[in-house]
Design a protein around this ligand. Structure first.
Ligand SMILES: NC(=O)c1ccc[n+]([C@@H]2O[C@H](COP(=O)([O-])OP(=O)(O)OC[C@H]3O[C@@H](n4cnc5c(N)ncnc54)[C@H](O)[C@@H]3O)[C@@H](O)[C@H]2O)c1
Length: 377
């Protein structure tokens, strides 16, 4: 049984989904749509898929799941419309931009017996999953402390239209947080409470990228630096640093310290990479996951370090439907991730501890065998 997918939103990120989905087992794209019909037409022609008006895609009999690749501000509207029309839905991150909208999506789907899935599915990549197996095997022990860091100078020097990054709904926590938080939850389970501080490092940003905004100044209206402390239900305390006020740094993406060993997890924005483990008596030992199914350079020729298998979360959802089991990149995980991100901003701006009400089940491990069943290569 093939899950037939209709894509809404034919921008930047749609290309990789349109490339990968026909190659996963059990998924096919049957229609594409976009507010800009020319964008849908162009992607449809390039990938041999029918382009249809947005209003029509929700009504089609040959669409079982709407893949929502619109901009974050439109995520809730499009996903709710899909569910209303009786379609499963999978969306790019974040699930929504408000907790109320995120809750509404998950509740509406549950009421109709439909599935909700969400990026990031890099959590199913060989980097995170090999690390997860080390945790499950007891190699790391119980995590006591650790750091997760996503630091940089911002977006105004490369993105042609960077204004939205510095307005409410933007900022480093909401933009990059999903990769880090979903990965930490995949490894350690859900987050219970949050402490945080935050700053707007510079009130104005000068756009230096090529494009229509070059030379203009953006007034910053969201935190550009957040230092958070996450307390996990399993007892771990992990510091999360997210900043666009950093020129250069020497931090690693994720380093966790357990009672048996310390572990360095590869960049959670990618599927592959190198894990390092240090046991009490030894130095770091590297584990390269490049030979594993979702850690290889993928087809046709992604940059080696990217190994971009975006869409595997949908293939897992399709397999979950066939096999009558939950999928891993789930709506509950995405709602928990959203609650943590918004809770982080709340903790930082209000100077109080935020308890996370929306918890989730730690997603099941994806074995090499499971991965190979989804991605024949
Ligand atoms: N571009 C990336 O590298 C990247 C990487 C990871 C995740 N994402 C996520 O993917 C999503 C899309 O990003 P993008 O870079 O492709 O954006 P984009 O602006 O290039 O494309 C979005 C498309 O959605 C269309 N659209 C907007 N509202 C719509 C609506 N209501 N109905 C139908 N179509 C609508 C727009 O016309 C546009 O063509 C975002 O959530 C982003 O966070 C992007």
């Amino acid at each position: 049984m093939t899950l037939r997918i209709g894509i809404v939103g034919c921008g930047n990120i749609s290309d990789i989904y349109l490339t990968n989905l026909p190659r996963f087992r059990g998924t096919a794209v049957t229609a594409v749509a976009d507010l800009k019909p020319e964008a849908a037409r162009a992607q449809g022609e390039k990938h041999g898929v029918r382009a249809v008006p947005v209003d029509d895609i929700f009504k089609r009999d040959d669409v079982d799941l709407i893949l929502n690749l619109t901009v974050p501000a439109a995520h809730a509207e499009v996903s709710l419309r899909a569910i209303e029309a009786g379609k499963h839905v999978y969306g790019e991150k974040p699930l929504a931009t408000s907790l109320a909208d995120g809750r509404a999506i998950v509740a509406a789907a549950a009421a109709k017996g439909l599935r909700v899935g969400s990026a990031p599915d890099t959590i199913l990549g060989a980097g995170v999953q090999r690390a997860r197996r080390l945790f499950d095997d007891g190699a790391i022990g119980s995590v006591v402390t650790g750091t997760a860091t996503v630091l940089g100078r911002g977006m105004e020097h490369w993105h042609p239209n960077p204004e939205f990054f510095f307005k409410p709904g933007g900022g480093p926590v909401l933009d990059m947080g999903p990769y880090y938080i979903a990965t930490l939850v995949t490894l350690l389970g859900p987050i219970k409470s949050i402490r945080a501080t935050g700053q707007i490092g510079r009130r104005e940003r000068l756009v230096t990228s090529e494009g229509p905004m070059r030379g203009q100044t953006i007034s910053v209206e969201t935190l550009t630096t957040v230092n958070a402390l996450y307390h996990f239900e399993n007892g771990a305390d992990v510091v999360f640093l997210a900043s666009w006020d950093v020129w250069a740094h020497g931090q690693l993406p994720i380093e966790l310290h357990g009672t048996r060993a310390s572990i360095r997890v590869p960049d959670p924005n990618f599927f592959g990479g190198v894990i390092s483990v240090a046991e009490p008596a030894g130095d770091w030992t590297a584990i390269d996951v490049g030979g594993e199914t979702l850690g290889r350079v993928n087809w046709p020729a992604a940059e080696p370090r990217l190994a971009n298998y975006r869409g595997v979360g949908i293939a897992d959802l399709a397999a979950g439907l066939r096999e009558g089991r939950p999928h891993r990149a789930s709506g509950d995980l995405a709602l928990h991730t959203l609650a943590v991100m918004l809770g982080t901003l709340e903790a930082a701006t209000e100077g109080r501890v935020v308890e996370v009400a929306e918890t989730c089940v730690q997603p099941a491990v994806l074995t090499e065998e499971d991965a190979a069943a989804l991605w024949p290569g």
